[in-house]
Design a protein. Structure first.
Length: 303
């Protein structure tokens, strides 16, 4: 009885939902040459993103399988449908696969990963016993895409991506889009993602990048718990990107970004800390700096 009560209590002021039987989470991150502006911060935070998924398994016993790929004009895989409990991160491999280079194959990569997620979901459902299928189990799929530029090498076009993403979402798929240099909500509309879970991030300020990664980690964690109709708060958006600034010709719309206003900014406490989901990000409950283990820093001489 106590276990049941624990499972249905409200968190983040959201209505209790049915816990998913299985979650498939695909993270695909741009490593094209323009990602150099992040000065390696995206590499450090990508590791934190993966470690946090493993932490969610340990805390909530969440049944999550993770795929982690990087792309420029080719796609490389670090994790391929690996259960969260089995996540082992090779820091040197992560650095190698995320070091910026080449061009941006965004559309083809998104389409391929949606197909992979759909296949994983279908195969898992077909493996279930008929008695379980009759219970209409909840199987969650999440596509988490991080990019900083327009596509310049894909074979498919914008309409192909929009159609694929629209179908994915109509079939219950969840998606997160984080973009630098481009207005993420306009990009989401263009390519069929959900505007509510699209986040623009400053392309070079380390605090803003850290905060944005924390925000998408919170969001994918809530999706993994079965929550629906999730959206980034105004506080998350303004903390990830100072909208009063503007950048050069690469920017689109009012959320375009430029020089940093974050000199005195300190990220709030979120799921990377001990109290997962206890604090809604719309309020700055804890403005103390986040502390990371030294062994997480990617710029290691061992690599």
């Amino acid at each position: 009885m106590l276990s049941s009560i624990k499972n249905i209590k409200r968190k983040n002021n959201k209505r209790p939902v049915v816990k998913p039987l299985k979650v498939f989470n695909s993270i695909i991150i741009d490593r094209s040459g323009s990602m150099t502006s992040m000065r390696g911060k995206h590499i450090q935070m990508s590791e934190q993103l993966l470690l946090n998924i493993k932490k969610q398994f340990e805390n909530d016993d969440a049944n999550i399988n993770v795929t982690f790929r990087t792309f420029d004009d080719v796609v490389e895989t670090l994790l391929d449908n690996v259960n969260a409990k089995d996540i082992i991160i090779d820091k040197c491999s992560l650095k190698e696969k995320l070091t910026p280079r080449n061009m941006t194959r965004f559309i083809d990569t998104v389409i391929e990963e949606v197909d992979n997620l759909s296949k994983q979901k279908k195969e898992y459902y077909n493996s279930l016993h008929n008695s379980v299928k009759k219970l209409n189990p909840k199987i969650v799929t999440i596509l988490n895409v991080i990019t900083d530029g327009e596509d310049n090498v894909s074979q498919n076009n914008v309409n192909d991506c929009y159609t694929k993403m629209k179908q994915f979402r109509e079939n219950g798929g969840n998606c997160i889009l984080m973009s630098a240099n481009l207005d993420s909500q306009l990009l989401a509309e263009k390519f069929g993602f959900n505007k509510k879970t699209a986040l623009t991030v400053h392309n070079s300020n380390e605090n803003a990048i850290e905060f944005a990664f924390k925000s998408i980690s919170d969001t994918q964690a809530q999706m993994s718990q079965g929550y629906e109709d999730i959206e980034f708060s105004d506080f998350q958006r303004s903390s990830s990107c100072p909208i009063s600034n503007a950048i050069g010709s690469n920017a689109i719309g009012s959320n375009a970004i430029g020089s940093s206003n974050f000199d005195n900014f300190k990220p709030i406490k979120t799921v990377f800390d001990d109290d997962i989901f206890e604090f809604p990000l719309s309020q700055p409950y804890d403005l103390s700096p986040t502390i990371f283990n030294d062994n997480i820093i990617i710029n290691s001489s061992s690599c």
